[in-house]
Design a protein around this ligand. Sequence first.
Ligand code: F0G
Length: 362
Amino acid sequence: FQGQGRGVWRYHAALPFENGVSLPEGDTPLHRAPSIRDAAGVRSLRIKHEGMNPTGSFKDRGMTVGVRVAKELGVGRLACASTGNTSAALAAYGARGGMQTLVLLPAGKVAAGKIAQAALHDARILEVDGNFDDCLDIVQDLARRGEVYLLNSLNPFRLEGQKTIGLEILERFYEEYGRFPDRIILPVGNAGNTSALYKAFRELVQSGALRPSEVPKLTGVQAAGAAPMVEAVEHGWSDIERWDDVETRATAIRIGNPVNAPKALPGIRETGGTAIAVTDDEITVAQRDLAREGIGVEPASAASVAGLKKLRGRSRIDSDEDVVCLTTGHLLKDPDEAFKAGGNPEPVGGDTDAVLEHIGAN
Ligand code: F0G
C-alpha cells in the first residue's frame, strides 16, 4: 500500500487505515477567483478544485480508502453505478490494486472523457438502458447477491476518504486567514460529499478541534432538472422523494434518488446551510466565469459557483461571508459540453495571408 503521509493520507488519524491504494490523491488547490468574488460581493472566495485529483475528480479520495478495504476483504470484483466520474476512479484504483472492475453507466448520458478513462483502465463497461438511479438499483442487487463489492458512496469507507475535502479546506483556509470559512458551497448529486463533510465537522467538534459556532454552513446546489434535495430542504423533509425524470447538461449530477439524503439533510439543516437549484444556463455562465479565471471545470462543478451568485442575488448569503466553492471535476472530463459553452475552432486556409485575413488583421 502507498500514500503514507501524503494528500488524503496525511489525515490517517481520521481514517480507518494508515495508507491505501494510492496514486496519490488529495492536496488539491484552493484558488482565488477575484472577479467572481467581486461580482458576487462576498468578503472572500476560494475555489477548492477537486478536478486536480489523479483521475480528475474528488472520487479518488474515496477510492483510495474503499479499494484498500476491498483488498483487505479479498473480494473478487469491484463494481459501481456511475454518471461517469466514479467509474473512472474505480477503474483506475481497481487497476492499481490489481482487481477486476465492472461499471454500469446510463446509456448516452455519460461524458466522453469519463468513459475513455474507464475503458483504458480496463473496466468492463455496461451501458444500461436506464438512468443512473436504475444503474444503482441494479448494482445494489448484485452486491446483495454477493456478485460484486459495491463502491458507490453508499459504501461508508468511500465517505471516510471524502471527509478529507473538509479537513483540507479548514486547514488551508485557517493557515491563510487565521479563521475558518463561514460557508462551503458544493454541487449535490448523491449527496455523498455533503454527508462526508458533515461527518468530518462533527468529528472535529467532538475532538475539541472546532467550536460548534465555527462549523461552515453546508450549502448544496443541484441542477433544476434534478433537484430532489432542494425540494426536501425547502419542505423540511428528512428524506427525499425520488424524481423519476431528470435532465441537465451537468450529467454528473443527473440524479433523481440521492441515496445519501438521510445523512446529508441533517448536515445542511444543523450547520445553518441551505440548498438551491440552478438552471443549465446559469451553470454555463458560471463555467465560463471560472474558465476566465483559468480554472477549468466540468458543468456539474460550476453549479457551486452558479449557486453562490444566485443565493447572493437573493440576499441569502451575507456580503461579509468567507465562502469556499467546491469544484468537483476537471474540464477535460466533458469536452463536448466545453465546446458548447466555449465555442468551436474556426477552419482557416493553410497560409499566413489566409490567417491574417481571417483574424481581420491588415
Ligand atoms: N460533481 C461531480 C463532478 C460528480 O461526478 C458528482 C457525482 C457530484 C458532483 C455529486 O457528488 O454524489 O457527493 O453529491 N458523481 C457520481 C458518479 C454520481 O457516478 O460519478 P455527490
